[in-house]
Design a protein around this ligand. Structure first.
Ligand code: 3PG
Length: 314
């Protein structure tokens, strides 16, 4: 009889064990299944109360319709662009995320990419591995004294601000809301996107993927940037127009770029392949949150939020 009341949670993407533990300790029947076809998914969700995903599982309206008992979707991460959030809400299903759990790791890799592009770290490493000593080839630029433009100053952007301040940078920010604390503590100047792009030596993007942020920085915006500026995207593919970046780099209207996220993951299109192969571009395979610390924090925070919802529901 007890089984009839067992709360069932399905995990469809890789999740750290400590998150799974939190769900099991809550007394839930936890099923971890990370290999499935789209058809499998529809039947897998048919009797679950909670679903935990990362970005790989696309929680479409079809999936939601197939999950007639679903009460909560836990996104073990930040971006919810793989979930039909408005449809879930319509159906009375809660969507919870890991909040700021991976924010430090993402902010750190944004600087990693900026530094890697500005100082040609990947290229220099490659040349060393070819047993070369190309000292003269690698003239980079310093961060201290330069202008950093932070597009989106939420959990991640505000951590980027702290790092930039410690590096002695002037910080320009663009966001819909201004944080007084960041102005006071780190001298952040809130400006329009246009002004930020015109003035910044380095630009980093930290906004969610929404209809209004699609191609937020495209041809017209890149044309405003300094010729020797560097831009990195660790937010979502599609916010920074990759083709526009490629053209600007090839035409010498931009110095370099770094990408952790792509409009197509893994990238297969010709334009993305061409972009990735440029020496002025440094790329990583969507690993901003792939640290032990971030993954553990993400798993636990998401699991705790899922537990709270499912316990409150009872
Ligand atoms: C996020 O939105 O949390 C990050 O982009 C990480 O996504 P992932 O969980 O699929 O690695």
């Amino acid at each position: 009889v007890g089984c009839l009341f067992l709360v069932k949670v399905l995990i469809t993407d890789p999740l750290e064990d400590n998150g799974i533990e939190v769900l099991r300790k809550a007394g839930f029947d936890v099923v971890v299944k990370t290999e499935w076809s789209p058809e499998d998914l529809l039947s897998l969700v048919s009797d679950i109360d909670g679903l935990v995903v990362r970005s790989r599982t696309k929680v479409t309206s079809e999936v939601i319709d197939a999950a007639s008992q679903l009460k909560v979707i836990g996104r073990a991460g930040v971006g919810v662009d793989n979930i039909d959030v408005s449809y879930a809400k319509e159906k009375g299903i809660n969507v919870v995320t890991a909040g700021d759990a991976p924010a430090d790791s993402v902010a750190e890799i944004a600087f990693g990419l900026l530094l890697s592009v500005a100082r040609s770290l990947s290229e220099a490493d490659r040349s060393m591995k070819e047993e070369k000593w190309d000292k003269k080839r690698f003239i980079g630029s310093q961060f201290s004294g330069k202008v950093l433009g932070v597009v989106g100053v939420g959990n991640i952007g505000s951590r980027v601000v702290r790092i930039a301040h410690a590096m002695g940078m002037r910080i320009l920010a663009y966001d819909v809301v201004a944080h007084e604390e960041l102005k006071e503590r780190f001298g952040v100047e809130y400006v329009s996107l246009e002004e930020l792009l015109k003035e910044a030596d380095f630009v980093t993007i930290h906004v969610p993927f929404l209809p209004q942020t699609r191609n937020l920085i495209s041809k017209k915006e890149i044309a405003l940037m300094k010729k020797d500026a560097i831009i990195v995207n660790t937010s979502r593919g599609g916010i920074l127009d990759e083709e526009a970046v490629y053209e600007a780099l090839v035409e010498g209207r931009l110095r370099g770029a770094g990408f952790d996220v792509y409009s197509e993951e893994p990238p297969k299109s010709e334009i993305l392949k061409k972009l990735i192969s440029l020496p002025s571009v440094v790329c990583t395979p969507h690993i901003a949150s792939q640290t032990n610390e971030a993954q553990e924090a993400v798993a636990v925070k998401t699991a705790e939020r899922v537990v709270k919802i499912l316990k409150d529901e009872k």
